[in-house]
Design a binder for this molecule. Structure first.
Ligand code: 13P
Length: 275
């Protein structure tokens, strides 16, 4: 599979994430029934020509994991679970183990999304345990971090990110099994997002934390931005240093919009390749 010599942003060569393939992920949240598999197929048909240039992941609801994985496979669309249990098996009604996700065809697990942190009282420690389970089951762990509006207003964004990373990201795993998603809680589903400079600062901070633990490996961990991304603002965000991809909610439910964002990412990566 083609690997890019450069990252999305030429500036990343100096800033620590050169060579990372853009990763565009759609989090469907609690949306999607079997008819929605047509969306996976449409995304697949639209992104097939750029499959060498961008990694595409869909996180459907758990009920669609197996069928979405089958539909996505020929198009190289990866499928992920939106959560996994911190336990391996046993009397945990309603929970899904990482092994079950993997068995259903998932290759990623999305962990610590703010909606789960809030509604299910997930702590950083729970999330770290889930990440270990996920990686043990051969899934890549996409770990979400991000500040609330109050934390942002107090000027605590970077401190919050440091604390979440310290406690939620396991340090004993290989860096190649990790993806970090920076999702400011207040930007999710609101149509608001941080200033470009604020996104750059947050991503540079996360990159520094990854490098501090994994050294060179930390430079290769994809750092995604998520929160009110759409087909209008995606390109601008993707150009920011240390932004290696996007985690998209609402706009990922529309196959045309989502595919257009994937094409933007591929276009930017190819442009950097030819510099
Ligand atoms: P929106 O793109 O709808 O703001 O959601 C972002 C998100 O939560 C992705 O995980």
């Amino acid at each position: 599979m083609l690997r890019f010599a450069l990252g999305l942003n030429a500036g990343d060569q100096q800033q620590g994430s050169a060579g990372i393939r853009p990763l565009i992920a759609g989090n469907w949240k609690m949306n999607g029934i079997s008819a929605s598999l047509a969306n996976v197929r449409e995304i697949g048909m639209k992104t097939e020509p750029i499959a060498d240039a961008v990694d595409v992941i869909v996180f459907p609801p758990a009920t669609l994991l197996e069928s979405a994985a089958a539909v996505g496979l020929p198009y190289r669309i990866a499928i992920g679970g939106q959560d996994c249990s911190s336990e391996t098996d046993g009397a945990f009604t309603g929970e899904l183990s990482a092994e079950m996700l993997s068995d259903a065809g998932a290759t990623f697990a999305l962990l610590g999304h703010s909606e789960r942190r809030r509604r299910h009282c997930e702590t950083d420690e729970n999330i770290r345990q889930k990440a270990i389970r996920a990686i043990d089951a051969n899934l890549k762990a996409v770990i979400c971090v991000g500040e609330s509006l109050d934390e942002k207003a107090a000027g605590d964004t970077l401190t919050v990110l440091s604390k979440q990373i310290l406690h939620a990201v396991p340090r004993t795993v290989n860096s190649s099994d990790l993806v970090i998603a920076y999702e400011p809680v207040w930007a999710i589903g609101t149509g608001r997002r941080p200033e470009d400079q604020e996104i750059s600062e947050a991503h540079a901070h996360i990159r520094g934390q990854m490098e501090a633990v994994w050294g060179e490996g930390g430079r290769q961990i994809p750092i995604l931005y998520g929160g009110s991304v759409d087909s209008k603002n995606a390109k601008t965000i993707l150009r920011l240093p240390n932004v290696n991809g996007l985690l998209i909610g609402a706009a990922s439910l529309d196959a045309a919009h989502f595919s257009a964002i994937c094409s933007d990412a591929a276009g930017l990566a190819s442009a950097n390749l030819s510099i």
